[in-house]
Ligand binder design. Structure first.
Ligand SMILES: [Zn+2]
Length: 335
C-alpha cells in the first residue's frame, strides 16, 4: 500500500526531526496498518483553530454556496447538471447537456411556436360545470376553483387561431398542470369549436397534447369528448385539411385513444411517455414482461406509431416545413 499518513508526509518530516533533536518524547501510532511516529507535542497544524483568533467576518459576507439565490438554478433530473434558469428558458426548457425536456407551460409553448402577437385565443372564459355533483376527497367545484387559482387557467387547454411562419393555423395546446391535463367537457368543447372554426376557415389544425386521460369527475360527459373531437376532425379531414398531432410528456389514456392518435402527421418530443393503459396495468393483465423502453416516444417511432421525434427547439421550423408540404397543393389550386 502506498498510502502515507497525512501527518508524516512532506515538509513535516523536518518538523519531526527538529522536535526529536529537542529531546521531545515520541510514540508510535498505527494508521491504515502503517506504523508511524508522532511527537508527543504535536506541532500546531493549520486547522488547529482554537489557538487562533477567527478572522473577523465582513458584514453581509456569506459563503459562495449561500450567494446563489433560490430559484435561479435547476438541477436536471436526468444528468444532474445544475442549469442556470435563464439558459434553460432560452433553450425552451431543454437541458443543453443531455437533451432532457422539462415540462413547459402552455403559454410558453404557444409563445415558442407562433409569430409574435399573432395568437387570437378562442373561448378563453369557458369553465367546467359540476354536472354530477361529484364529491371525492373534495368536491369537484372546489377542485376546479383551486386549480383555476393556482394555474391561472380556466381549464386544461388553450385554443386559438395563429400564424406559424407564413401559415395561418388553428392551434390547441393542453396544460398538464390543470388536473393532469384531463379531458373534461371544456377541453373537448374548446377543441371541437377550434376544429370546426378551422374547417370553416380552411385552416390546418395543430394540437399539442399532454394528458393523463379522461376527467373522472365528469364521468360519461368526459368520455363523450373523445367521440366529439374525432367527429369534428373527420369533417375537417373531409375538406382535405391537414391535422398535425404533437404528443408531449405524458400523453395517455382517453386523449391518446381519441384525437391525439388520428393526426395526418403524428410527432412527439424526445422521451415522452405515450400510451393508453399504464405499464403496470398492462403487465398485470398480460402477465408478460414488457420490452425495454415500452411506451416511450422512441419505442413508438420504431414500431410505426409516430412519424417523427422532434426536439422542442426545432419544433417550430419542423411545423413550418410540414405545413409548406401539406398545403402546397391547396395553394396551387387556389392560385
Ligand atoms: Zn440534463
Amino acid at each position: 500500500m502506498n498510502i502515507e499518513p497525512r501527518s508524516i508526509s512532506g515538509s513535516q518530516h523536518s518538523n519531526l526531526d527538529f522536535l526529536k533533536n529537542m529531546g521531545t518524547t515520541t510514540f508510535t501510532k498505527k494508521t491504515l496498518g502503517l506504523e508511524t511516529k508522532e511527537p508527543a507535542v504535536t506541532p500546531p497544524g493549520t486547522d488547529a483553530g482554537t489557538t487562533f483568533t477567527r478572522k473577523p467576518r465582513i458584514a453581509g459576507g456569506r459563503s459562495k454556496k449561500r450567494e446563489i439565490p433560490e430559484g435561479l438554478w435547476t438541477k436536471c433530473p436526468k444528468c444532474s447538471t445544475m442549469i442556470y434558469d435563464k439558459e434553460l428558458d432560452d433553450n425552451l426548457k431543454v437541458c443543453h447537456h443531455c437533451n432532457h425536456h422539462f415540462s413547459i407551460r402552455a403559454r410558453e409553448r404557444i409563445h415558442a411556436l407562433v409569430e409574435t402577437c399573432s395568437f387570437e385565443e378562442m373561448d378563453a372564459d369557458m369553465v367546467s360545470v359540476d354536472m354530477l355533483s361529484f364529491t371525492g376527497v373534495e368536491s369537484y367545484t372546489d377542485k376546479l376553483k383551486e386549480y383555476q387559482k393556482t394555474t391561472g387557467h380556466k381549464d386544461a387547454v388553450i385554443t386559438g387561431i395563429c400564424k406559424i411562419g407564413p401559415h395561418r393555423a388553428a392551434l390547441g395546446v393542453m396544460n398538464f398542470s390543470f388536473i393532469g391535463g384531463s379531458l373534461g367537457s371544456v377541453v373537448g368543447e374548446k377543441l371541437t369549436r377550434m376544429i370546426e372554426k378551422a374547417t370553416e376557415m380552411e385552416l390546418p389544425v395543430i394540437i399539442v397534447s399532454t394528458s393523463g386521460g379522461a376527467r373522472m369527475q365528469e364521468g360519461m360527459f368526459s368520455l363523450m369528448q373523445m367521440a366529439k373531437t374525432c367527429g369534428a376532425l373527420a369533417y375537417h379531414a373531409k375538406k382535405k385539411l391537414p391535422f398535425i398531432s404533437i404528443l408531449t410528456h405524458p400523453t395517455m389514456a382517453g386523449v391518446m385513444a381519441s384525437y391525439a392518435s388520428v393526426g395526418d402527421i403524428i410527432i412527439a418530443e424526445p422521451g415522452a411517455m405515450i400510451g393508453f393503459a399504464g405499464a403496470r396495468v398492462i403487465k398485470d393483465t398480460t402477465q408478460a414482461e414488457l420490452p425495454p423502453g415500452f411506451q416511450t416516444a422512441e419505442f413508438l417511432l420504431d414500431h410505426g406509431l409516430l412519424d417523427a421525434i422532434v426536439p422542442r427547439p426545432q419544433m417550430k421550423q419542423q411545423l413550418i416545413d410540414y405545413l409548406d408540404f401539406l398545403t402546397a397543393g391547396r395553394k396551387e389550386n387556389a392560385a
